[in-house]
Design a protein around this ligand. Structure first.
Ligand code: 5AD
Ligand code: SF4
Length: 490
């Protein structure tokens, strides 16, 4: 990735590109060419309007999408757009969509309706849609038919082509649609604009091969592909040189990292290499599939000074029978044994999870098994979801889909249990001193800073904005359920 520090070098490369000739075939030069070309069009329009052009990027879904959006923003900024948080005021609006549950899709349609009204008043406005939802053929059909005012549609596999697609749209004046089913291509060295100067997501792999029966991700993100360890290390080194102290290694299933590389490497091996990078203080990663979590990884975590004391380990259900139908490939007992092994090796680790209620065929007994796991593991926090039927997945055609009122009732009971346990777990740190990475000024009170502990808990404490991005020690004074109020001691 090209980060801020390197933008001078990037400009030098652009200077040598002649946009009057044909576009180069090789990446990333081809995209540099289109960035320069798009910049020319943006400049022309900006002169005509007598003001800068604004772009607004809205991100739905997971960390993976958040990282993709940083790439979108990086390209938009280099094209000459100025970032604008409000979509009504933007000349270019792009939604990076999620489709993991149906209501994510419904939200996008709702917001598009509103955007159409804005576009009517501001006809040169462009609207782009990308991300997971666009990988569903029915979605694209619907957009083509009923949302003709959308300018640009692309998916998860060709984000790197964003500049090229913008130019195609600007030159053709027509709706541009470019969706790929899958790819084995990974394009390095494209611009990216980080949301935070001091922390960053880093993709280590793309796609997923697990095919959990409820999940649409393998269909919209394609097959598993790992990035070359050298490219990952180089990216982290550059990030650190640019002021980053914490990285979040991202993949749908980081525990199977490296299996398909020419020279296979384990995720634990990769972590050890990243740990060596001087100046990097904290390493996080997401997401771990329990079936692939190795003893080697547990050992590396136990001996690491940089890997944060937090593991997100989605259980999805506590019932072995449901887990089998979900194609998770572990039993309740195996999951619990894994948790025990992790806790024995890393006693201060915070465990979080994802849980789905109302999977087809789930009985009250199955649900009780889930509650049992929650009570046994005592998660520090848990994301709870009502099962959502995703067309094309095996679970969508399973018998015994659970009525909405039953799902809602189980969801409410689960949430209550999860919340009361997390509040208890959170409070055990009262009066301890914790190392905290200062992230932002508090949303509600600007005399307070908000920081994150190694175990992912938040703490608010009085302090000066100059501390943002620094690691400081904070005494935790009062627990408020999911966060602390504290006092900086150093
Ligand atoms: N319905 C409800 N929740 C789902 N998830 C994935 N697919 C579905 C679905 N069809 C949840 C899983 C996953 C998280 C990102 O979203 O718990 O871990
Ligand atoms: Fe992330 Fe999955 Fe949503 Fe895509 S569908 S944004 S991979 S959660």
């Amino acid at each position: 990735m090209i980060e801020k520090m390197e933008s001078k070098k990037f400009e030098e490369i652009l200077e040598d590109i002649d946009i009057e000739t044909e576009a180069p075939v090789e990446e990333p030069m081809r995209q540099y060419y289109f960035i320069k070309k798009a910049r020319k069009y943006v400049n022309e329009l900006s002169k005509k309007l007598g003001r800068p052009l604004y772009a607004c990027t809205k991100t739905f879904g997971c960390q993976m999408n958040a990282r993709d959006s940083e790439k979108l923003v990086g390209i938009l900024e280099r094209i000459g757009y100025v970032e604008e948080p409000e979509e009504d005021k933007a000349d270019f609006v792009i939604y990076n969509t999620c489709t993991v549950r149906e209501n994510a899709n419904l939200r996008v349609y709702g917001r598009l309706g509103q955007l159409n009204r804005v576009k009517k008043k501001n006809p040169h406005m462009m609207i782009g849609l990308c991300g997971c939802m666009m990988q569903e053929p029915e979605v694209v059909e619907k957009l083509k038919k009923s949302y003709r005012f959308v300018d640009l549609i692309f998916g998860t596999h060709n984000i790197y082509k964003f500049a090229e697609l913008i130019v195609t749209r600007m030159e053709s004046g027509r709706m541009v649609i470019d969706i790929w089913k899958d790819t084995d291509k990974i394009v390095e060295d494209l611009p990216s604009e980080r949301k935070y100067s001091f922390k960053s997501g880093v993709n280590i792999m793309f796609g997923c091969n697990n095919f959990c029966s409820y999940c649409i991700v393998p269909y919209v993100r394609g097959r598993e592909r790992s990035r070359n360890p050298k490219d990952i290390i180089r990216e982290v080194e550059r990030l650190v040189a640019d002021g980053v102290v914490e990285v979040m290694l991202l993949g749908q299933n980081v525990n199977s990292y490296g299996k398909n590389l020419k020279e296979p490497m384990s995720f634990a091996g990769l972590l050890q290499e990243i740990e060596k990078i001087e100046g990097l203080e904290r390493i996080r990663f997401m997401t771990s599939h329990p079936k692939d979590l190795s003893d080697e990884l547990i050992d590396v975590m136990a001996h690491s000074g940089k890997i944060c004391r937090h593991l997100h380990l989605p259980v999805q259900s506590g019932s072995t029978q449901i887990l089998e139908k979900m194609n998770r490939r572990y039993t309740k007992e195996q999951y619990l044994a894994l948790v025990e092994k992790i806790r024995a090796a890393v006693p201060d680790i915070a465990l979080t999870t994802d849980i789905i209620v109302g999977f087809p065929g789930e009985t009250e007994e199955d649900f009780q098994e889930t509650l049992d796991v929650v009570r046994k593991v005592r998660y520090d926090s848990a994301f709870t979801f009502q099962y959502s039927k995703r067309t094309g997945t095996p679970a969508a055609v399973m018998e015994d889909q659970i009525p909405a009122d039953v799902v809602k009732d189980r969801f409410d009971r689960l949430l209550k249990e999860v919340q009361s346990i997390s509040a208890e777990k959170c409070s055990v740190y009262t009066d301890t001193v914790q190392n905290v990475l200062v992230e932002t000024v508090n949303d509600h009170d600007d005399t307070l800073l908000t920081g994150r502990m190694s175990n992912n808990l938040l703490v608010h404490f009085p302090g000066d904005v100059s501390l943002i991005g620094k690691l400081v020690d904070v005494r935790l004074k009062e627990c408020h359920g999911f966060y602390y109020m504290g006092e900086m001691i150093r």
